[in-house]
Design a protein around this ligand. Structure first.
Ligand code: PLP
Length: 369
């Protein structure tokens, strides 16, 4: 028998852009006996899970589903279900994930317009307003927490621009859910997708997604079938709704894990979770600035769960990350696109956001630099 590679997995402190550290309760949930995906007890867990998601996402949307896939498929599902060829779509881009939205929407034959903002700065609602006055759009899409730059976009203010219009509002909440209030209903968000491996502190593999009645109405009025069988929300909703019609075999144990992680968030209380992230973020920024390092993003627009810091010109960015991994068992992220090699992305997501982790990281980085 050869060596079982799983025996050699080391315990890493995950302080990158995701996945984040998984709490023991969630690992225990993953290892519970697998039930059939139509087992009555499992259906009960699904119902509870849906209501926990609605609670954390602050939505009463009946169509609230944890899709069996990662955040990217949540993005794809929103566009593929809600966009029809020739639809006018406006995408706000200030980083990698806004660019991905543009790519996904363009593949569906939509007329895609983009308003771009410099990477590291937020979307400016006044600029969006000017663009919205030029054309009637069917969909406006923005990334809430742009993980590639560490910027928080003003989702509420952008949503306000759509008051009284038929345009659907689509928000990427992959990194924000669980740490910035997404307030789906108050902000009149019509479709939102997230991922499990960031602030929900679950392994990667699910994409929670609520859709408003307005979005479901657009889906039901489509002229042609959704051009993707696996992501067709009307079929998936038949399994998550009363009928329980088989569509695909649900990833049962991952759904246990998400259920458990949402219980942990609601037990701690969303407000306290948010505060814990703010406190650890400030502690981290203080420590970084004491070392003479400079943050990429201006203070009011910084994400608390994803901290971007400039790498000094005389330091090799990749060597630092490699050293932290090999000597300190700490993972952090590097820059993407034009920011590659120029900065580090330091995650304080979910279970990772604890003072002892910030101290351990700062001591390791001090020693490395
Ligand atoms: N959107 C944002 C803002 C992200 O940060 C990510 C992943 O980092 C994604 C989408 C894609 O999610 P996934 O990697 O889970 O497919």
């Amino acid at each position: 028998m050869g060596t079982n590679l799983l025996d050699r997995i080391e315990d890493m402190l995950l302080m990158g852009p995701g996945p984040s550290c998984v709490p023991p309760e969630v690992y225990q949930a993953l290892s519970k006996p697998t039930l059939g995906h139509l087992d009555p007890y499992f259906l009960q867990i699904m119902d509870e899970l849906k209501s926990l998601l609605q609670q954390v996402m602050k939505t009463g949307n009946k169509m609230t589903i944890p899709l069996s896939e990662t955040g990217s498929a949540g993005m794809e599902a929103c566009f593929v279900n809600l966009v029809e060829p020739e639809d006018r779509v406006l995408i706000l881009v200030n980083g990698v994930f806004g660019m991905r939205m543009q790519d996904v929407a363009s593949r569906l034959g939509a007329q895609v317009d983009v308003v771009e903002f410099p990477w590291g700065t937020p979307v400016i609602p006044e600029e969006v307003d000017k663009r919205l006055r030029l054309k009637n759009y069917q969909i406006l899409a923005v990334v809430h927490a742009e993980t590639s730059t560490g910027v928080r976009n003003p989702v509420a203010e952008i949503g306000d621009l759509l008051k009284g219009s038929d345009c659907l509002y689509l928000v990427d909440a992959v990194t924000s859910l669980g740490v910035i209030e997404v307030n789906t209903d108050d902000r009149k968000i019509d479709a939102l997708y997230s991922g499990t491996q960031k602030c929900l502190s679950c392994p990667p593999g699910l994409a929670p997604l609520p859709c408003s009645e307005k979005a479901v109405d657009k889906l039901n009025r489509r002229r042609k079938k959704v051009p993707n069988w696996y992501l067709d929300l009307s079929m998936i909703a038949n399994y998550w709704g009363k009928n329980r019609v088989y569509h695909h075999t649900a990833p049962v144990n991952m759904l246990y894990a998400l259920y458990q992680s949402l219980i942990l968030i609601t037990e701690e209380g969303l407000d306290k979770v948010i505060l814990r992230h703010q406190q650890n973020h400030l502690k981290l920024v203080d420590g970084l600035e004491e070392m003479g390092l400079e943050m990429l993003v201006e203070a009011p627009f910084r994400l608390t769960m994803l901290n971007t810091v400039k790498c000094p010109a005389d330091i090799d960015e990749l060597s630092v990350r490699r050293y932290l991994r090999s000597e300190h068992k700490i993972e952090i992220g590097g820059g993407l696109g034009p920011l590659a090699g120029k900065m580090w992305r330091i995650g304080l997501m979910g279970h990772t956001a604890r003072p002892e982790n910030v101290d351990r990281f700062l001591a390791a980085l001090r020693g490395t630099l």
